[in-house]
Write a protein that binds this ligand. Structure first.
Ligand SMILES: Nc1nc2c(ncn2[C@@H]2O[C@H](COP(=O)(O)OP(=O)(O)OP(=O)(O)O)[C@@H](O)[C@H]2O)c(=O)[nH]1
Ligand SMILES: [Mg+2]
Length: 298
């Protein structure tokens, strides 16, 4: 069983840099879409550098799948760093009506300049960037009020660039999702895998599902226990593979001979997590929260 999932990441960074670079001069603003369940892991560390002086608006999508308290902690973290964070959800509509006013606020100077020149009706243009499957095309469709961009629940759906006019007066450029080739932290790769940013076909789903059990044990022990009818003691004492096995047994996913059906168990765990059946869960905390927790121990 491969322990290092990072080796599967494709080297897309050169392509991203080229695509963004080629289109940068055509847009007024970059809209960076993050996954609210993994705000750190879904952020491409090079985006700010690639986008040079272009303003960036960061949106945390899929907020309805994330833990509401953790969203607040992330919002505070961004605010403390002087960055703006808007939590949205393309399915429930949360925060969507705040996007245009926020874009206008970020671009206030530019909008005023257009108005001075009698070009107040000029459309704004934004490029939407983000990791695969984060919801770029879904957001564009939501803002366009029609299904203009192809969106599906698997990474790598959008392959070509596409301009989409929207009802809110911004033209949006849909981009293919990209990952970056190097990770210093294995947890980043795991987070991307668990939330569905990497094709399941290139992953060892059983290892990812067992890793998910290990993470749920820490970030959402009660929700995990409730969903799979595990006891507090099991959650506290079992390791990741034992928890994985316990989930399979509780669900009765057995093969002849009495072993668990590992493939089925893995698929169910990942599907239920991604589908929010276990509950609203955020997999990572902002640094200051972790630091504060550490400080509290002293
Ligand atoms: N629950 C929830 N699901 C969402 C949200 N936004 C998108 N999705 C789902 O996430 C999946 C991926 O959405 P896409 O819009 O295709 O993602 P993308 O970023 O364009 O993906 P690529 O083109 O592959 O890079 C789809 O199943 C969407 O329905 C959201 O805010 N909440
Ligand atoms: Mg897409």
């Amino acid at each position: 069983m491969p322990s290092n999932i990072i080796q599967w990441f494709p080297g897309h960074m050169a392509k991203t840099r080229r695509l963004i670079g080629e289109n940068l001069q055509k847009v007024d603003i970059i809209i960076e879409l993050l996954d609210a369940r993994i705000p750190r892991s879904s952020r491409n560390p090079e985006i700010a550098k690639i986008c040079k002086d272009k303003p960036i608006l960061t949106l945390f999508n899929k907020a309805s799948l994330a833990d509401p308290d953790a969203c607040k902690r992330w919002e505070n973290d961004f605010r403390q760093k002087g960055e703006f964070a808007l939590f949205i959800d393309c399915h429930t509509g949360q925060g969507i009506d705040k996007i245009l006013p926020t874009v206008k606020k970020v671009l206030a100077e530019k909008v005023a300049r257009y108005e001075d020149k009698g070009m107040s009706g000029r459309k704004l243009r934004a490029m939407i960037v983000g990791i695969p499957n984060v919801g770029k095309s879904t957001l564009i469709n939501r803002l366009a009020g029609a299904k203009k961009a192809k969106a599906e629940d698997r990474p790598g759906v959008t392959q070509t660039l596409q301009w989409v006019p929207t009802s809110i007066g911004i033209d949006l450029l849909d981009m293919p999702g990209v990952l970056w080739p190097k990770f210093e932290d294995q947890a980043v790769g795991e987070n991307l895998a668990m939330t569905g940013a990497i094709k399941d076909q290139v992953l060892d789903t059983e290892t990812i599902a067992a890793t998910l059990c290990e993470r749920l044990k820490t970030v959402a022990p009660s929700l995990f226990a409730a969903r799979y009818k595990l006891s507090e003691e099991q959650i506290a004492t079992l390791d990741k593979w034992q928890l994985f096995e316990a989930v399979g047994r509780k669900r009765g996913f057995l093969v002849p001979g009495g072993e668990i059906d590992a493939e089925r168990t893995a698929n169910v765990l990942l599907d239920e997590f991604r589908g929010c059946k276990i509950g609203r869960i955020t997999l990572e905390e902002p640094e200051y929260a972790v630091e504060n927790e550490e400080n509290n121990e002293f």
